[in-house]
Write a protein that binds this ligand. Structure first.
Ligand code: FEO
Length: 170
């Protein structure tokens, strides 16, 4: 059984992960509209990953005998100035998610819920990867000033990203 406090925080995180999914789907739609199909693909994979994160929390709450609460998902922004702004905001958003995960970890530790803290360690590692990936793309975009034929080349590279479903191993 999980404590009410941990259950409440995990439920907040389910909502935050679904919001992330919604935000990245909105960014994918923007990229598609601007004919940046590779970036649209990258964001669509990001949307799938966030949905998988939400479901990982969802399954964990149920596994521990808690109740999943489905709260309203806030509407994401739908328009951006350019692709650099999209990735700057993505990095800012991932930094925010890292802070949420760290806070959740603090709650689990203060509640002496070692199983939850062990579960959360996967997300701590995941955030390191997420921030590094987004920073990498943002740096490349800045290098090419987010435009011209170099942008089209990068767009082609972004097309390569594929969603890898979460398993017990990853
Ligand atoms: Fe679910 Fe992008 O962290």
């Amino acid at each position: 059984m999980i404590s009410k406090k941990v259950e409440k925080e995990l439920n907040k995180q389910i909502n935050a992960e679904f919001y992330s999914a919604y935000l990245y789907l909105s960014m994918a739609a923007w990229c598609q509209t601007k004919n940046l199909k590779g970036f649209a693909n990258w964001m669509h994979v990001q949307y799938q990953e966030e949905t998988a994160h939400a479901l990982k929390f969802h399954d964990y709450v149920i596994e521990r005998g808690g109740t999943v609460i489905f709260d309203a998902i806030a509407a994401p922004k739908i328009s951006w100035k350019n692709i650099i702004e999209i990735f700057s905001e993505t990095l800012k958003h991932e930094n925010h998610v890292t802070a949420l995960i760290n806070n959740l970890m603090n709650v689990a530790i203060s509640e002496k819920d070692y199983a939850a803290s062990n579960f959360l360690q996967w997300f701590v590692n995941e955030q390191v990867e997420e921030e590094a990936n987004v920073t990498g793309v943002l740096e490349q975009l800045k290098m090419i000033d987010g435009k011209g034929s170099a942008l089209l080349m990068l767009d082609r590279e972004m097309q390569q990203r594929v969603f890898v479903p979460l398993t017990a191993a990853n």
